[in-house]
Design a protein around this ligand. Structure first.
Ligand SMILES: *Cc1c(COP(=O)(O)O)cnc(C)c1O
Length: 428
């Protein structure tokens, strides 16, 4: 496939946008080459500036769970736009999506909408600190919670890809309030809590991690965190920006039957428009301005186009009794198929999968935390990425990202992908 036009567009973009992109992982730095410029997308496919058609396994990093340009969402946005695109005043639509989200997710009474996952997580910890009157937070190495200062401490996603876990510009004062623990290691969490008695406001976690590849919480880990939080009056924050409305209607709280105190959303909840949200029981949410003392605001929060896209998406997911089962079956089929051909071709690998999230690690050992995720062979990953791209398959341009399976994928697409993995991995 040719990427001539994409390369030209990238060269132009580099002149006026740092690195040519508006979010670093798009830049192909860890796999080499230049990014592909998209012209349009429909269903499971991307169409790029050179006229290539690619099967998309990223789906805008998660939101397009029902495929690109999903007709009901597109129609809803068009109709809404005719009525005005932003008011900075309340609309009935906001109450409607709030009610639907609250009905789908366990254990939340109120929800506030923002414009990104970053904002949701940033606001959630401010709320937790205000509510508990404590300052420190615990996060897990390799988990990504957006790019606000407190979280750029051994963060996953682009922050690992670029090997700069602690970004310059984050002050020492901010960094000292973020304590690090290791994923799937309760003893480690306990010792961090013991060393900071009565100082920890919240533990924030991706309850299924997706930003160091896909990593499953081991049996008892999330329940153990719940108990530790109860014992020490710490709020448990589930960052479900990736997993919310993807792994189950009620996200990981429902999937593994563990309750969080605050839940963060993004990605799917916006149906492809910029939406984030955070939610909790009433007592906590009433701490937010204008009811309570914790300030949080946004000019475009609850934007009508974003809300109608999100509402239409959530309705579609809520009304389809089989959607999460179907996604899980497709992803399991893909995981088994890829596993079979890699094994035949004698490649060392581990595939992690939960529902419609999956990642392929080029290392034979179990991948359960940031340390084990880092052991994957990046040279093999590069060959894998570029090999698949040649076959017309687009996966995340980094070994530290999960793939996001969309319901628009057919079994023919999956078979085509498995055959391509077979072909590509023969040359590793
Ligand atoms: C994507 C992501 C974020 C950040 O969301 P943005 O909308 O990119 O700001 C936060 N947490 C998790 C788990 C994510 O996957």
């Amino acid at each position: 496939m040719l990427y001539k036009r994409s390369s030209e567009l990238f060269a132009e973009a580099e002149k006026v946008i740092p690195g040519g992109v508006n979010s670093p992982v798009r830049a192909f730095k860890s796999v080499g080459g230049t990014p592909i410029f998209v012209e349009k997308a429909k269903g499971a496919y991307l169409f790029d500036a050179d006229g290539n058609k690619l099967i998309d396994y990223i789906n805008s990093w998660g939101p397009m769970i029902l495929g690109h340009a999903y007709q009901p969402v597109v129609d809803a946005i068009i109709e809404k736009a005719k009525l005005g695109t932003s008011f900075g005043m309340p609309t009935e639509l906001e109450t409607e999506i709030a009610k639907l989200a609250i009905s789908m997710v366990p254990n939340i009474d109120k929800i506030r909408f923002v414009s990104s996952g970053t904002e949701a997580c940033m606001s959630a910890i401010r709320l937790a600190r205000g509510f508990t009157k404590k300052e420190k937070i615990i996060k897990f190495a390799g988990c990504y919670h957006g790019h606000s200062d407190s979280f750029l401490i051994q963060a996953g996603s682009g922050a690992i890809t670029f090997g700069s876990p602690n970004s310059p510009g984050v002050t020492a004062g901010t960094a000292k309030d973020t304590l690090l623990a290791n994923y799937n290691n309760l003893d480690n969490v306990k010792s961090v809590i013991e060393a900071n008695k009565n100082e920890i406001a919240a533990i924030i976690i991706e309850p299924v991690a997706g930003n160091m590849g896909c990593i499953l919480p081991q049996k008892g880990f999330l329940k153990g965190l719940r108990s530790l939080c109860d014992e020490h009056q710490i709020l448990l924050i589930f960052d479900e920006v990736m997993t919310g409305f993807r792994l189950a209607k009620g996200g990981v709280q429902e999937l593994y039957n563990v309750n969080a105190d605050i839940v963060c959303f993004g990605k799917v909840i916006g149906g492809g428009l910029p939406v984030g949200a955070f939610a909790a029981r009433e007592e906590i949410m009433n701490y937010l301005a204008p009811l309570g003392p914790v300030y949080q605001a946004g000019t475009l929060s609850g934007n009508p186009l974003a809300m109608v896209a999100g509402l239409t998406m959530l309705k579609a997911l809520n009304d389809d009794a089989d959607i999460f089962k179907r996604l899980n079956e497709k992803t399991t089929y893909l995981a088994n198929g890829i596993g079979r051909v890699l094994k035949n071709n004698k490649i060392d690998f581990t595939i992690n999968q939960v529902g419609s999230m999956i990642s392929v690690h080029f290392d034979a050992n179990p991948v359960i935390d940031f340390e084990t995720a880092k052991k994957g062979d990046n040279e093999t990953f590069k060959k894998f990425f570029h090999g698949l791209l040649k076959e017309g398959i687009y996966i995340a341009p980094s070994a530290y990202e999960s793939w996001f399976i969309t319901d628009a994928l057919t079994y023919d697409d999956l078979d085509f992908t498995i055959a391509a993995v077979d072909k590509v991995s023969r040359d590793f």
